[in-house]
Design a protein around this ligand. Structure first.
Ligand code: TTP
Ligand code: MG
Length: 362
């Protein structure tokens, strides 16, 4: 079936904007310290997080500095770099105010993170219904009110709007019209497709599949054979077809807590002690959250080693019970006993069940 025909059938006329602040944490900090505007700036973790770059401005990026890089490496690449501490509360506050700007244009807003959101403006009457003009106005208002630049992407689906918001970044916007989708998707690298993470990328690259053009040559059955159910999604996505709705008030799929340590955890005993603390936090935060009555599907833990390698393990279990988390920790520790800088624990909810949860907390 031709792509245009599918689009006509699925979502002709939809107008979706993806909006993403440029170097968000750094931009907020520089707004408060304008003297740093023309200098390389990075926002790096506090002493307890031992200096990892959360983000940096575009001047620092020219030197190769990027998110998740240890500050020591950033300093080597850019000796004049200025590090500023993270102030999450400040970013949350501005993020909430920015969302108020979106609300003037539509009620259908799906925030993805503090600096990123999808907006469905299909039925918005503003700007004569012109989504490009709406995106422009929102970006201008964000700049006028907060001195932060934002980039936006506009198309009839989430996947392509997100790709488009990156196209003219920073401080730009880009639209992908339905008539151009077929041609546009061909060059999109596989890693940019929603659902393709590090593992799937490796599998596909090993088969010589680098971009959507390569993927389009593969039959749906074959993709399903390699990737299971996701294969049929991918068959559509690589053709630029994505019928996902913009979900306002999206229900979270999971609930978790994590701690980063000033000193690496070395022994199993240390890890188990910290895991108990994290478990108690998880239990207590869940009890007072809006999610407290939701049925649990599985429990998981997350471990980040001192070389920043991240591993996780999960088990299907419908109750919050410390032993499950300890067993998962033991399993990971036995596989690899390297020093640990971060531990996390969480639960995934069973969104299909409507029954009330009997929280059996031990
Ligand atoms: P991003 O939108 O990924 O990055 P950014 O806004 O800094 O830069 P860009 O101009 O490319 O959009 O993330 C938003 C914020 O989230 C970012 O300012 C800092 C934080 N963050 C982290 O704390 N750790 C990370 O690894 C990343 C990628 C982001
Ligand atoms: Mg951003």
């Amino acid at each position: 079936m031709r792509v245009n025909k599918i689009i006509q059938e699925h979502y002709k006329g939809r107008k979706i904007i993806h909006i993403d602040m440029d170097c968000f944490f750094a931009a907020v900090e520089i707004k408060d310290k304008p003297e740093l505007k023309n200098k390389p700036v990075a926002v790096a973790g506090s002493a307890t997080e031992r200096g990892v770059v959360t983000t940096c401005n575009y001047i620092a990026r020219k030197f190769g500095v990027k998110s998740a890089m240890p500050s020591i490496t950033a300093k080597k690449l850019c000796p004049n770099i200025i590090f500023l501490p993270v102030n999450i509360e400040k970013y949350k506050n501005i993020s909430m105010k920015i969302q108020q700007i979106y609300k003037c244009y539509t009620k259908i807003i799906e925030p993805i993170s503090l600096d990123e959101a999808y907006l469905d403006v299909t039925n918005s009457k503003y700007c004569n219904g012109n989504p490009e003009e709406m995106a422009y106005q929102m970006r201008k208002k964000i700049l006028d009110d907060f001195e932060i630049t934002a980039s936006a992407g506009i198309s009839s689906n989430k996947f392509l709007s997100k790709i488009a918001s990156d196209w003219n970044k920073p401080n730009g916007q880009f639209s992908i019209k339905d008539k151009d989708i077929e041609q546009f998707v061909l060059t999109i690298p596989i890693r940019k497709v929603p659902g393709i993470g590090e593992k799937t990328e490796k599998i596909l690259l090993s088969k010589g599949l680098k971009n959507c053009c390569d993927l389009q040559k593969i039959k749906e059955k074959e993709l399903i054979g390699v990737l299971g159910k996701y294969g049929s999604n991918l068959y559509l996505l690589c053709r630029g077809i994505d019928s996902r709705q913009v979900e306002s008030n999206k229900i979270s799929k999971s609930f978790s807590v994590e701690d980063t340590y000033a000193k690496d955890l070395e022994t199993l005993e240390e890890c188990a002690n910290e895991m108990k603390i994290i478990f108690d936090k998880l239990k207590n935060r869940l009890k007072i959250s809006d999610d407290k009555d939701r049925p649990i599907k599985s429990c998981f833990i997350k471990v980040k080693y001192n070389d920043f390698k991240l591993v996780s393990s999960q088990k299907s279990y419908d109750k919050l019970h410390y032993d499950i988390f300890y067993d998962l920790l033991l399993k990971i520790y036995k596989t690899n006993a390297k020093p640990i800088r971060l531990l996390g624990a969480g639960i995934q909810f069973n969104n299909s069940e409507t029954s009330q949860l009997n929280l059996d907390i031990i």
